[in-house]
Each structure stands twice: as structure tokens, then as C-alpha cells.
Design a protein around this ligand. Structure first.
Ligand code: FES
Length: 192
């Protein structure tokens, strides 16, 4: 399993024509080009699971801004990856108070151990990135994990191995749907 990573050519010019069109559409919806920076970063990040530096330059050119302005916005948010893509599944493990009291920290640690990686870094096969999250808004189901669009609720930290298995399975399915031809139905948000 490999993460969708821009090829060398794509990394040199990472904005596809579709992305450029989408960013141009965004420009019509915002009164100020600076306000488009954040949604534009999301457009790129959603496709590549990262925003290469070359994309920062391209976005800046498109919006008529200095690359430093785009880079500033990017680096302000811990959400955006820049050096390498996050895993096919990005699993946010809540460690805010309700989840922490019910073993959220231990769960994060155990999932990283199983993935053979550290928080925020992708597993070697690119399938999974496990990260600490602040409150996911589902405190009554603590501890919980948001993996892409799927919320795993009331996870028993003792069953981290089972959750890890589900996350791997989810990654295999989602990678398959990424490769699906245009028009094929993508997975819908749901809860486990
Ligand atoms: S504290 Fe974990 S979802 Fe709110």
C-alpha cells in the first residue's frame, strides 16, 4: 500500500487544472484573495495529503500574493503536512479531558506502537497516520477516534489491536475508492 504522493513532475507543478479551476471559483466567493488562502490549501491537501512547497508558490501566483503569505498561513495550522503526505487514513485520537480520563492517551500510544510510528508520522506503508486531537465533540462516547470521516466511539483502550485492524481495513478500502474511476461512489461519513 502506498500513499498518494505527487510524482516528481506533479511535485514540480502540483496544482492540477481541476485544482486551479476550483481555486478560481473560490476567488469569486470571497471578497479578498487572502481569505482564499486557507480553502486553497485545503484543496491541495485533500488531493495530495500534503501541500508541497511548490504548491505554495503556485497558490501564491494564482492569488497574486507573496509565497511567504501562503506559507505563513500553512505553518500556522498544524493540520497541513508539507514534507510528506499523511497516511491513507488519518486517525485523530482525542486526548481532551473526557477521553483522557478514559484512556485516550494510552490508546494513542498503543496505536502508534502497532503502526510502528510516532504521532503525526505515517506508517512505513503509508496506510495510517495516528495523531493526537483536541475535543472531537463526542465526549459522551469517550474515548473516541476520528479516522478520516469515520468516528469510532467508546473505544476500549484494551481493544486497541482490534481498532488498529479496523483502521488498516478502512485504509485498504479508502485507497481502493481513491483509485476508483471518476463517478464511482465515494464512501460516506458514518459512525462505528
Ligand atoms: S473530550 Fe474527547 S471528544 Fe470531547
Amino acid at each position: 500500500m502506498t500513499a498518494v504522493e505527487p510524482t516528481q513532475a506533479e511535485a514540480a507543478k502540483p496544482l492540477t487544472p481541476e485544482m486551479v479551476a476550483e481555486i478560481r471559483r473560490l476567488c469569486d466567493r470571497y471578497p479578498d484573495r487572502r481569505a482564499v488562502v486557507l480553502p486553497a490549501l485545503h484543496v491541495v491537501h485533500q488531493r495530495w495529503r500534503m501541500v508541497p512547497r511548490s504548491a505554495v508558490v503556485e497558490i501564491a501566483e494564482l492569488l497574486g500574493l507573496a509565497p511567504a503569505e501562503v506559507q505563513d498561513t500553512l505553518s500556522f495550522y498544524g493540520f497541513f503536512k508539507q514534507d510528506r503526505p499523511h497516511g491513507v487514513v488519518r486517525a485523530w485520537v482525542c486526548r481532551s479531558i473526557s477521553c483522557a480520563l478514559r484512556g485516550g492517551d494510552g490508546l494513542l500510544e498503543r496505536l502508534c506502537e502497532l503502526a510502528g510510528t510516532r504521532p503525526g508520522e505515517p506508517s512505513r506503508d503509508g496506510a495510517l497516520t495516528v495523531e493526537a486531537a483536541e475535543c472531537l465533540g463526542a465526549c459522551e462516547h469517550a474515548p473516541c477516534v476520528l479516522a478520516n470521516e469515520t468516528l469510532y466511539r467508546s473505544v476500549d483502550p484494551e481493544e486497541a489491536v482490534e481498532l488498529f485492524r479496523k483502521l488498516r481495513q478502512q485504509a485498504a478500502l479508502e485507497e481502493g475508492s481513491e483509485a476508483a474511476p471518476e463517478g464511482a461512489s465515494a464512501g460516506e461519513a458514518h459512525e462505528e
